[in-house]
Each structure stands twice: as structure tokens, then as C-alpha cells.
Design a protein around this ligand. Structure first.
Ligand SMILES: N#Cc1c(-c2ccc3ccn(Cc4cccnc4)c3c2)n[nH]c1N
Length: 229
């Protein structure tokens, strides 16, 4: 049963990259189906409006609930998980990507402006799994880039999408800490040599060196990922 993904957005063109590379191959192989829906197709006024002023005042505009209700109703089933990207969401992570990779149907609601009327989340929460997710502690202009990131991180974990599942084992955020540095040909580049141990053929020594490099890199770049931190 392929993973079905429906993306609802006012900027469908943001999702053209999903036809390329690994994501494109995943769709061609039938492991994943991705459909992009223009929210404005679900409006009923001649201006195809999707936003209005916020109750309680404040800057910016808020996305009105009805177009979202119409759009989500058009694709939702009792197997759906509704993902709402938002700066206020729980942090998206590799474990969350793995959960999403094993879902049946994902609906991504890509908001813009100051976000989507909260009643959309409130309406669907008693009916299906609803997850408000953030990809990090910085503010984007909308949910589209976050959705692209979450789709890519999740779809690459769908069994069969990656040619060599081995490559999933040693990558950052799978193992504790970050991954070791990588090198390839030429053995010397602009006077810089590849670490000798990697050319030695001594697999135990290489494994030990890589573990040391992972710890050094984690300590320097992501001490928060060190065991016991
Ligand atoms: N995931 C995620 C996000 C977002 C994000 C996601 C959806 C929307 C819809 C609108 N905005 C702009 C906006 C600006 C200011 C306040 N509230 C909203 C979004 C930002 N920003 N940063 C993340 N990690």
C-alpha cells in the first residue's frame, strides 16, 4: 500500500521539486503518491480570498477556516493524519519522520500570513490524527518550505525508496550524535590529504577513527546530542 500524501497550499509551484531526484523516483516506483491542491480552488467568492483580519486585533491576516474545511474534506479519510506546520508546533525530528514514513495517508496544510484559523485544527482533532509540527526555532513566511522538508525527510525512510538502506544506519540523527566526516577521491586535493587511516584498509581502525570523529564533531557542533546531556 503506497504512502499517499496530499498537500494543500496557495503556492502549488513551491512543490515542483518533488518531481525531481529521489522524491520523483519514489513516485514513479509507486511507493509514494503525492498530490498538490491549490487552496483557492476551494473558495467560493469571486476574489478567491483565503484570509481576513484577526479577531482580537494584531498585525497581519489570518487564513479563514472554510476553504481549509472544503479542501481537507475533499481528501480526508479515517486513515488520514493532518500535519499543520506552525512555529508553535512540536519539533519535527528523525523519529517523527520515521513515524510519518509508516503512515497510510498524510495531509499537509501549508498556511501563510499569520497562520490558519485554529478552529481547523479543533474541528479535525476529534476525527483524525492531527499534528502541529515545527521544523525549527526560526520563523518562515509560511508552511510550504517546512512541508517540503518534512516530506523529504519522511519519504526517504519509506522502505524501498533508498536504494541502499545501509546508508540510513550511520547518518546523523539516526545514531546518537552526528556522523563522521566523509572523503572521496582524489587522495590529495589542493595540498590537503585524506586521513591516512581511511586508505589503510584496516576496517577496525577505520571504525574506531570514525567513532572518535563523530564524538569530536558532536561535542563541537551539537553537545546537546551527547549521551547524558
Ligand atoms: N513548520 C514551521 C515553521 C514556520 C511556519 C509554518 C507555517 C506558517 C504559516 C504562516 N507562517 C508565517 C508566520 C510567521 C510568524 C508567526 N506565525 C506564522 C508560518 C510559519 N515558521 N518556522 C517554522 N519552523
Amino acid at each position: 500500500m503506497p504512502l499517499r500524501i496530499d498537500v494543500i497550499t496557495i503556492f502549488p509551484d513551491y512543490f515542483a521539486p518533488l518531481q525531481l531526484s529521489l522524491m520523483g523516483k519514489a513516485q514513479q516506483s509507486g511507493l509514494v503518491t503525492i498530490a498538490i491542491h491549490d487552496l483557492r480552488e476551494f473558495t467560493s467568492d469571486r476574489h478567491r480570498s483565503v484570509d481576513d483580519t484577526p479577531y482580537g486585533g494584531g498585525a497581519g491576516m489570518v487564513m479563514t477556516p472554510e476553504p481549509w474545511g472544503q479542501a481537507i474534506d475533499a481528501v480526508v479519510t479515517d486513515q488520514s493524519t493532518l500535519i499543520v506546520p506552525t512555529p508553535a508546533g512540536k519539533l519535527f525530528s528523525q523519529p517523527v519522520a520515521a513515524e510519518l514514513a509508516h503512515s497510510t495517508h498524510l495531509i499537509f496544510a501549508c498556511g501563510r500570513y499569520e497562520g490558519i484559523d485554529q478552529r481547523v485544527v479543533e474541528y479535525y482533532r476529534p476525527r483524525i490524527d492531527v499534528r502541529e509540527l515545527s521544523i525549527g526555532d526560526y520563523v518562515l513566511a509560511g508552511g510550504d518550505v517546512a512541508t517540503l522538508a518534512m516530506i523529504e525527510a519522511s519519504v526517504r525512510l519509506v522502505p524501498g525508496v533508498l536504494g541502499n538502506p545501509e546508508s540510513l544506519v550511520e547518518e546523523s540523527h539516526q545514531l546518537p550524535g552526528v556522523e563522521y566526516p566523509s572523503y572521496t577521491k582524489p587522495p590529495t586535493w589542493r595540498g590537503l590529504d585524506v586521513p591516512e587511516v581511511l586508505l589503510s584498509g584496516h576496517h577496525d581502525q577505520i571504525a574506531r577513527w570514525r567513532a572518535e570523529q563523530s564524538t569530536i564533531r558532536t561535542t563541537h557542533n551539537r553537545p546537546d546530542l551527547l549521551p547524558g546531556s
